[in-house]
Design a protein around this ligand. Sequence first.
Ligand code: AMP
Ligand code: GLY
Length: 423
Amino acid sequence: MNILILGSGGREHAFAVKLHQSPLCDTLYIAPGNGGTHTVATNVAISPTDFPALKAFVLERQIAIVVVGPEDPLVQGVYDFFTADPALARVQVIGPSQQGATLEGSKEFAKEFMVRHHIPTAKYASFTKDTVEEGCAFLSTMKAPYVLKADGLAAGKGVVILDNLTEAQAELRRMLINEKFGKASTKVVIEEFLNGIELSCFVLTDGVDYKILPTAKDYKRIGEGDTGLNTGGMGAVSPVPFADEAFMQKIEERIVKPTIVGLHKEGIVYKGFVFIGLIKVDGEPYVIEYNVRMGDPETEAVLPRIESDLIPLFQSLYNATLASQELKVTPQSATTVVMVSGGYPEDYQKGKEITGTEKAVGSTVYHAGTALKDGKLLTAGGRVLAITSLGDDFKEALQRSYDNISKIQFEGAYWRKDIGKDL
Ligand code: AMP
Ligand code: GLY
């Protein structure tokens, strides 16, 4: 069968490598892809949110499965667009309906969902322009640090954590009155601060049953020792050593099951990935956020550990037979280290030549922000490459990733040297 992946990052490259290995995959396309994806798929110059153009392409190339990488097309309703169109009835979109995608598209919706289903999460209240003064008063009843979250999608920048009350109140006004994050911050969720260690749990669901995929830990800050600005993610380790069986049991019983049952009970159509951002506080799991897609760079550490073919798993979502499928995972550890452009996550330059990727041995070099121009590989984004390795433990895997990184060059390249050090 022919498959189309939507997206252009390291996550999508990892999906492309994995799907390309399947004997069930005939032709693999990726829209738009990047400077590395062409080795396993055909890059197609269509934006993942241009639904009419996607429709025309899917019909022309007889695509059977569309794997949606990023959240934007899902929040904009790509699933509903495809399922509502009789011409596309046979095409399977891997991802939730627009209503399901609201779990990521609106923090308030996600919080209300968790409250309805008794899923552990930080206490919260939400405010709008009209209730900004109540919001400021609410902040003064809370203890520092103060967690302010723009309700809508803000490209990963919508969460602000501040230590000082006056600053937090000023930030709340900036978000609500000055629309700091545009439409995304017409509503703001204020949350209790949870102090603990974070991890990501990934679930594949057909809307009734689910499979828990390997866990991963992401390193979000730009600086070593988890300092500096937030990024899309600077590296990942899978599995997460502190997520032992007893803790995973708590996650499954208190969070995964009520999430899937809650979606089903509420009639929310969901056939895709749920990415649950968790925090472990005094041994107990709490939900920080839901995402309705896989994580990036977590996918680059999670997929290489999955031994099962993804295509039968995807096909089983359609008729809700996921329960009859097997998910085989290697006990090996996987790590990924992200090389970024100097300056990222603030301003950075593009178009720098990348050399040495072919010298990496024993690791997979996933491309994120790269482009091919006149036969040269150039940087084209903040996060440029994700270097993934397997090993008997995460330290061995990390050593491989770091050994190979030292063979790859581009001007201004930066990466964190401390991935996994906290574990
Ligand atoms: P989010 O965009 O929701 O993933 O939030 C970004 C980051 O903010 C998370 O990865 C956490 O590190 C942090 N964060 C969000 N909510 C909380 C909270 N209630 N307590 C502590 N840290 C939080
Ligand atoms: N790495 C975090 C995310 O994909 O949202």
